[in-house]
Design a protein around this ligand. Structure first.
Ligand code: FES
Length: 158
């Protein structure tokens, strides 16, 4: 006699449902087909083809947050987007660059772009709008570049 306990009516088709959506793979079995045990249920994929905008595995960047428009960034100057802590510059017409707005000296936010530099109000550091490099200390390290895309007149963080 077997020690195995089996509930009456329970078959090998018993499936644990974990609360996730399940996907029945078509063609494996039909309802009422008692001759086959090949019922396959799989959790439905979260969203296999559409990015959620919250994940970034490097395969395909999300669309990104809109920072502003190109008309807000003067040719030969730049604009600080304080909420996003990003400064966007346009060293030459149509060439947009972006950097962190957090000063590498002691972490103040840079507050203006003037005369070819991104300026920090706390201790006077200046960074070049072309590449974020230090034009004047006390900061020793450049502003890190940020990735942006320009589509039409929209500037987005990526
Ligand atoms: Fe920017 Fe000191 S924090 S110059």
């Amino acid at each position: 006699m077997s020690d195995r306990v089996s509930n009456e009516g329970t078959t090998r088709r018993t499936v644990l449902v974990t609360g996730a959506a399940l996907l029945v793979v078509p063609g494996c079995s039909k309802y009422g087909d008692e001759g086959s045990d090949d019922v396959t249920l799989r959790p439905a994929p979260a969203s296999p083809t559409q990015p959620t905008g919250e994940q970034s595995d490097g395969a395909q960047p999300p669309a990104g947050e809109v920072l502003g428009t190109t008309s807000e960034v003067p040719d030969g100057g730049g604009k600080v987007f304080k909420d996003q802590k990003v400064v966007v510059t346009q060293p030459t017409k149509g060439d947009f660059k972006a950097f962190t707005a957090v000063c590498t000296h002691q972490g103040c936010l840079v507050d203006k772009v003037e005369n070819g530099t991104i300026d920090c109000p706390c201790h006077g550091s200046k960074f070049r709008i072309t590449d974020g490099s230090v034009a004047r200390g006390p900061a020793q390290r450049p502003l890190a570049a940020k990735q942006i895309t320009v589509t039409g007149d929209q500037i987005r963080l990526t």
